[in-house]
Ligand binder design. Structure first.
Ligand code: PLP
Length: 365
């Protein structure tokens, strides 16, 4: 039995939506994108949404709109996908890393406070809601109040997650989402910037469209980061299914929590602190030892699993020189202990049982 780590849930509705766009003969950014933006903004609880070609371009234009330029410092986590930091570098900015919390895998707010005290002129913070779990927003917002940085949320893995009843993506000046096929909802490739500010939204709309408001009049240097109507048509269907899919992810997570509980402390299941709702983009175990052996054992048995992420960003060759002599002990230790196992909404009960039993049998050996 092959059990993939992720599997997009695509059905007749998505196929028909794409065929509808093909029949219309209008494939580029059009009515479907407009509707997708409206529906997504309403879902997150913000005023504006701007669809982009990817989560990476969403992060990039958000940073540009927020004015990040040459030498500007932006603090973020080293324990994330590379795009979080490469977007900063692409703008000419300087990533400043901050260690993460062992239990939540997200920015550790006491480390963040230390970084803010130490570094002068931090322009912004990118809070990544890793694996679908919201960051400690109360602490981050209180530091924002004190230090006055802009907050950009990287919600690439957290569509629909919430903190004290409010959806992530609605806490900062701006937020960026990704619709890559492994994400909680997909458009193939695609992304979305959200914000309450009509001014920031206008800047993003120009940035993704060659710096123009009016065709062939270019007020600023821009890019082509537009989403197509084909992608948006898929996204609109996926958005309708998102809540149910996230519910199933939480059900799967609860199943594993119970099935693996007694393996603690050799295997520690993910914790969701009070007041936060995770959307379990990943279900990530922390192993005391033998992580690589378990990974090989599961893959050998046909179960997809992965290490997110094996190299913290301050150790990535293209960033090393920019962040010389830093050490982030928690991120550096987690990279050797984490293992993500299948939690996607299409898993059947027997598959959940197979995965849990394999892990249990590995530790009984
Ligand atoms: C945390 C994070 N940020 C940014 C991105 C970039 O998104 P994309 O692959 O759509 O460019 C991803 C996903 O790949 C991600 O996981």
């Amino acid at each position: 039995m092959e059990i993939p780590l992720s599997k997009p849930f695509l059905g007749e509705e998505e196929k028909n939506a794409v065929l509808g766009v093909l029949d219309s003969g209008f494939l580029a950014r059009g009515r479907q994108v407009e509707l997708f933006e409206e529906e997504f903004a309403r879902y997150i609880g913000v005023r504006e949404a701007i669809a982009t070609s990817s989560g990476t371009s969403a992060l990039f234009v958000a940073l540009k709109a927020l004015g990040v330029g040459e030498g500007d410092k932006v603090v973020t986590t080293p324990f994330t996908f590379v795009a979080t930091a490469s977007a900063i570098v692409q703008c000419g900015g300087m990533p400043v890393f901050c260690d993460v919390d062992e239990e939540t895998f997200n920015l550790d707010s006491s480390c963040l406070e230390r970084v803010l005290k130490r570094e002068k002129n931090v322009k912004g913070v990118i809070a990544v809601h890793l694996y679908g779990l919201p960051c400690d927003m109360e602490a981050i917002l209180s530091l924002k109040e004190q230090y006055g940085f802009f907050l950009l949320e990287d919600c690439a893995q957290a569509h629909g997650a919430s903190y004290r009843g409010k959806k992530v993506g609605s806490f900062g000046e701006m937020a960026a989402f990704s619709f890559y096929p492994t994400k909680n909802m997909t458009t193939g490739e695609g992304g979305m910037v959200v914000t309450d500010s009509s001014e920031l939204a206008q800047r993003c709309r120009m940035l993704i469209n060659h710096g123009s408001r009016k065709r062939y009049y270019h007020e600023m240097l821009g890019y082509n980061f537009r989403m197509t109507d084909i992608a948006a048509a898929i996204g609109r269907v996926q958005l309708k299914k998102l809540e149910e899919a996230n519910e199933k992810r939480r059900f799967n997570a609860t199943f594993y929590n119970q099935a693996l509980m007694d393996l603690c402390p050799r295997v520690v299941t993910p914790k969701v602190p009070e007041g936060r709702v995770s959307v379990f983009h990943q279900y990530t175990l922390r192993l005391q030892e033998k992580r690589d052996e378990l990974l090989a054992f599961l893959r050998n048995a046909g179960v997809g699993c992965e290490v997110y992420y094996p190299v913290p960003l301050h150790k990535q060759p293209f960033l090393v020189d920019m962040v010389a002599n830093c050490s982030f002990p928690v991120a550096e230790s987690l990279k050797d202990r984490v293992l993500s196992i299948p939690v996607h909404p299409q898993l059947k009960e027997d598959e959940l049982n197979v995965v849990a039993s394999l892990i249990r049998s590995f530790f009984a050996l």
